[in-house]
Structure formats: C-alpha cells, structure tokens
Ligand binder design. Sequence first.
Ligand code: PHE
Length: 352
Amino acid sequence: MLERIEQIKKEALESLQKVQDEAALEQWRIAHLGRSSPLMQVFSEFGALPKEERPRIGQAANQAKQVIEASFSERAQAIQEMKLNRALTEDTLDVTLPGRDFRRGRLHPSTQTMRRILAILAEMGFQVFTSREVETDEYNFQLLNFPPHHPAREMQDTLYIQAEGRGDNPLLLKTHTSPGQIRSMRYFAALNPDNPPPIRIALPGMCFRAEQITARSEVQFNQVEGLAVGEGITYADLKGTLADFARRMFGQNARVRFRSSYFPFTEPSAEVDVECFVCGGKGCSVCKQSGWLEILGCGMVHPVVLQNGGYDPRRYTGYAFGMGPERQAMLRYRINDIRYFWGNDMRFLEQF
Ligand code: PHE
C-alpha cells in the first residue's frame, strides 16, 4: 500500500511537469485530485485495512495529498505568470498608430436653414404648427380664394394624385404651405367658435410643383409660412415683424424693402427683398448687380380667407408670409444649382 501511494505521487508529479496551460491543468486536477482519482481511491479503501496499519498508511496518504496539492498550486501560479508574460510580449500595443476615423452624420443644409428660421420665429413668439403634404384642391386653392380655372393657379403647376370620383376637388401634393393657414385657423377657431383665439404660428413643410428640373427650379422644396391673426393687426405689424426677422436672420444691418405684388389669398400683397448680404448692397453676381435679394412673399390675410378659416373678418385681421429655406441656403452658401439639394451627393452634403 505504501508503495502504491508512492507510485501515485510520483505519477502525479511527473505528469504535472507536462502541463502547460489552464485547460490541461484543470484536466490534471480532475485526474489526480478529483473524486475518482487513484489517490481518493486509496482513501476510500482505508476502512478495509487492518487497524494497526491505518496510522502509517493514513499519514503517508495525507502527506502525498499535501505534496500533490502544493505542487498543483505552484504549477497554477507558474502557468498564470507564463500567460501574462506571453500576453505582454506577443500582444504588442503600437501607441503610434493613428486613431480609427468614424464618419459623423450631420443635418442637411436645408434642414439646418429650416431650423434656424424656426428658431428665430420661435424667439419672436411663433409656434410651430405642422400640416399635411397631401392636400385637396379645396384647401390648396379654393379656400385660399383661388376660384376654379383662376389664372393664378398657373403660377403653381400642380402635381395631382387622384382626380377620379372627386369632382372639382382632386387630391394633390401641396404646392405651398398656405393651405396650412386654413387648417390652423379652423383648428383654433373650433376651440372656441364664438370667440376664436389669436394665432401666431409658423408652418414648415415640403411643397411640390410640376416644374421642369433646372439649376433654378425643382419639383420639391421646403417653405416656412408665418401666420398671425388677431384683433387690430395691421400692415405695420407685418413690416416690423419681417424687418426684425431679417435682422435676426441676415445680420443687424440687414435692410428690407417691400415691393407691391399679387397673391389671391392676401390683400394687399408684397414681395420682400433683403439688402444683398454678400456685397452689402453695392451690387455683385449673387444679387445680379441689383443690391437686393428676393426672400419672401407676404400680405394681409384676405377677408375671404379669414372667413373660410372661421375668423370673422369684421373683427379680425391678420398677416401671412412664406419663404423658402433652400433659396436662403443657396444665397448664404453661394450654391448655384438647386439640384444639389435632393441629389444625395455626399461631396455636396459633407460641406455643411
Ligand atoms: N404661398 C406663396 C407662394 O407659394 C407665398 C405667400 C405666403 C405669399 C403667404 C403671401 C402670404 O409663393
């Protein structure tokens, strides 16, 4: 029995020398110290030994177990050190390598300009009201005082979606943000029909027209509409508001000029020019030597439009204006072709 213990110890220590990694070490531990190892077998046979032999054999077995266990933890530590040394020499870290580049997304120049316009209008007390892209002829034209076959419709070549079964009220893609005037007025008037509340809102949105696509015209573009309705609102409020807007948008010295114009839904109507911010009004290629840049259309809300929105024109007045973010972005960044906006060319978009 003593020889057998000696043999077990010898084999265990010899095979331990060949163990090189953690996985092999674990296998070794199961084979030599585990429940069904030869050493544990000895312990289980202990009870069958003659009484007088037990102390000697027991001592020898316990000693062998201690030696084997001590060698095991020594080996385990050595393997840990080997592993660490290997990692330190093999997995070299080159701190001089350049960092990995990652591409950051950014906002479309049109979105940036749109947000800037809306932020300025918000500071001036205009609340954003979103309206729909698919409209009806009624909202896009009729309620805005464009009668059927009115020649002013030709100013806006319309993309119709569905005419069949809809009589004189086909579905279309909105050609401007002005139908939002009716939608918002009706929304607010419905809150209190006998006493509609005053309104001061901004209406952003994509507009669509059946245009030939050229450097200067696209089939889609954004607009931001402003609308204020209340008691005692005058043309002076419109002028002051837009002069203030221009200073906030284009700089403290930006002067504006109003030119009389025509829209069916405003009376009187005007187009607004801002002094060219490229040349300061002296004349350059951006303003075509005129010193002025046209930036928006505006006017006092037509009584018929107020009426259609649920606001009694004998009591309420209002003003409206509409502008295009792409046009302003083109002027600001000297973009000479509107087709870049929806062309999805990264080389263009990455510049903003
Ligand atoms: N809707 C007009 C256009 O598309 C702009 C406009 C808006 C004019 C509001 C007057 C008042 O050009």
